[in-house]
Ligand binder design. Structure first.
Ligand SMILES: [Fe+2]
Ligand SMILES: [Fe+2]
Length: 151
């Protein structure tokens, strides 16, 4: 858990931002063909990591918050849509790198969209978790933190 986190229900998204930086670096490489395999590996690793993270939130964290208060339902539905959209952008990028005939020129645009979407997602999720922390008792927060970090 990072010290920048404001409460035990919140969690760290910096791993994904670091992975996106690495993808940016590869996209800026002068010889795109030369880094093709590396780019596919980096995008696939990002997708795996993000999908695991989204699944944990949707399996443990979101149901527990919904059970606490119906007011969490609308922001959580929005975050779930965000998970699908983010996964979709990464899938599209993988397709573009894999398929020789795909529109490679769009890769940079999608990378920007991915970063923008992810930043918005993290801000919204952080706000939800701040609101949740205010509404929950210390015991409930501990319980949620355990649920979120179980493997
Ligand atoms: Fe998250
Ligand atoms: Fe999320």
């Amino acid at each position: 858990m990072s010290s920048v986190l404001t409460n035990e229900v919140d969690h760290d998204h910096r791993v994904v931002f670091r992975m996106m930086q690495e993808i940016d670096r590869l996209l800026e490489a002068p010889d795109r063909e030369g880094v093709r395999d590396e780019l596919i590996d980096a995008l696939s690793a990002l997708l795996d990591d993000a999908l695991d993270h989204f699944s944990r939130e949707e399996a443990w964290l979101f149901p527990a918050l919904r059970a606490q208060s119906p007011s969490f339902d609308a922001p959580i539905t929005e975050l779930e849509r965000g998970h699908d959209a983010l996964a979709g952008v990464v899938q599209r990028m993988i397709h573009m790198v894999r398929v020789p005939s795909a529109e490679h020129g769009q890769l940079g645009l999608l990378a920007k969209r991915l970063k923008r979407e992810y930043e918005g997602h993290v801000v919204a999720e952080h706000q939800l978790l701040l609101d949740a922390a205010k509404a929950l008792s210390p015991e409930q927060r501990q319980e949620l933190a355990k649920l979120m970090h179980r493997e």
